[in-house]
Design a protein around this ligand. Structure first.
Ligand SMILES: [Zn+2]
Length: 472
């Protein structure tokens, strides 16, 4: 067998074993030879590089001409291709194991599960552990359990907290069960919010979430909220965007004189932000035509339960759709403005898509967000940085001080993608994935696709049943 064939065989076998959850070690030992590396430490491209991986870690990145490799080291040819860090989606709601492989297949090697949605928190923790110990193939997971909300809870499936004592107990429970952070929602009161951030600080858990709407938005950021999980929060909680679309007046304009104060508070308090333009843009696509989602080539990979949820939950069912569309357009324009302003002010921005809410395909949604960031006015490099190195900085800042990911450098985790074309020239080239390496495990994209979803099962779905019922 040639080296390449042997490597393919080994990788296919390894993938199969991993998918069957029967191996204990996910590490491998190989070199990608003569590839263009986009390290994402700054905007640059290194041609003709050798990247050596072992023990799940990048061991070296060096010029091919200056590198000699041990004769028995597995070598994977990289000619004409591009090596970039794996992508991160730091705002997902995982619904099943299928979504883990879909994320990987689209190059997403890190996800943060923001709980709620009745999602099985315990099951997420076992996925997290199995991926960590190499017995399951999937992205690195950070997770919380149920969302913490006020009384009454307005987030579906959230914990309703009426007092500071209840809030402290809820945070301690998350810590004891092994979750990584706290997610808060709009209806927490000031005393509950304060108890959450104080107890979270004691327990060493960061606090991410929506901006509370019962008190001043800037106060929440000053009191210790670490990240705002979508920029649309500022439309509602700070720029006085209409919260209800019933009887909505049509003369809204955000007061951008308030922007400098927001930038100052975000910067001074080290608050990170997720633009999440893709969520609102996807809603717009769905008003245009639901076919934009149902006819997506990714649809056959969607879990049938998720497809049913999309059918039941998509926003086109609203009876105030006309007002809703107007409001979403105001919101989208403001979100684009804020994304650019945050970038210029040096606010840490990371990708979070809210997949798999309706229209947001697990994994693929990250590529829509990359495109959205460029549409808003960022460069291809800036968008890619938000999806890679910024995620590494975010995780290091809030979740794991020892995590080294999001860049191609020795000592960093071997989470990277091999692309057929240069994403610095067109960010959509990040979709042209040949192979995904996660924790040092190399898998061909085609093999990942072969293992995820069940196309036959998806084809059985009654597509007619997915059409909108205008009566709702
Ligand atoms: Zn969410």
């Amino acid at each position: 067998m040639s080296d390449l064939k042997r490597s393919r065989f080994r990788h296919a076998l390894l993938l199969l074993l991993l998918v069957l959850s029967q191996v204990s070690s996910a590490s491998d030992n190989f070199a990608i030879v003569n590839i263009n590396v986009i390290p994402m430490d700054e905007e640059r491209l290194l041609e003709h590089q050798v990247v050596v991986v072992s023990g799940g870690v990048i061991q070296s990145v060096s010029d091919v001409a200056a590198t000699s490799l041990p004769a028995d080291l597995l070598q994977i040819p990289g000619e004409g291709r591009y090596l970039v860090p794996g992508l991160a989606d730091l705002h997902v709601h995982l619904r099943n194991a299928d979504e883990l492989l879909s994320n990987l297949a689209w190059g997403v090697t890190t996800v943060m599960h923001l709980g709620g949605s009745g999602g099985p928190g315990e099951e997420i923790l076992s996925f997290r552990e199995e991926i960590r110990n190499g017995s399951r193939l999937g992205p690195t997971i950070y997770a919380t359990d149920r969302i913490l909300d006020g009384d009454p809870a307005i987030a579906t499936g959230a914990l309703s907290l009426g007092t500071a004592d209840e809030a402290k107990t809820a945070v301690r429970n998350l810590k004891e069960q092994g979750f990584d952070f706290v997610k808060i929602y709009n209806n927490v009161s000031l005393p509950v919010f304060t108890a959450i951030v104080d107890e979270a600080k004691l327990q060493g858990l960061p606090v991410f979430g929506h901006i509370p709407r019962n008190f001043d938005a800037l106060q929440a950021l000053q009191l210790g909220q670490d990240a705002v999980v979508h920029t649309e929060e500022f439309f509602f909680a700070y720029f006085e965007g209409p919260r209800s679309t019933r009887n909505m007046s049509r003369d809204y304009a955000p007061d951008l004189n308030k922007l400098p104060a927001l930038l100052t508070v975000l910067a001074e308090n080290n608050v990170a932000v997720m633009p999440d333009l893709s969520f609102t843009f996807t809603n717009m696509l769905m008003w245009d035509s639901l076919d934009n989602v149902w006819n997506d080539a990714e649809f056959p990979f969607l879990h049938p339960d998720t497809a049913s949820m999309w059918q039941a939950g998509n926003l086109n069912r609203r009876d105030d759709l006309e007002n809703f569309i107007v409001r979403e357009q105001w919101k989208y324009a403001l979100m684009q403005t804020l994304t650019i302003a945050f970038q210029k002010a040096g606010i840490l921005q990371v990708i979070g898509t809210d997949a798999s809410l309706p229209g947001l395909f697990p994994g693929k949604a990250v590529h829509r967000e990359l495109t959205e960031l460029v549409k808003a006015g960022l460069s291809n490099y800036e968008a890619l940085a938000i999806g890679t190195r910024n995620a590494g900085a975010f995780i290091e800042r809030y979740l794991d001080a020892d995590a080294r990911l999001g860049q191609i450098r020795p000592g960093f985790r071997a989470d990277f993608l091999i692309l057929r074309d240069n994403p610095l020239e067109d960010v959509r080239n990040a979709r042209l994935i040949d192979a995904v390496v996660t924790h040092g495990v190399y898998t061909d994209k085609a093999e990942l696709d072969a293992h995820r979803g069940d196309k036959d099962r998806a084809a059985e779905l009654d597509r007619k049943a997915l059409e909108v019922d205008p009566g709702h």
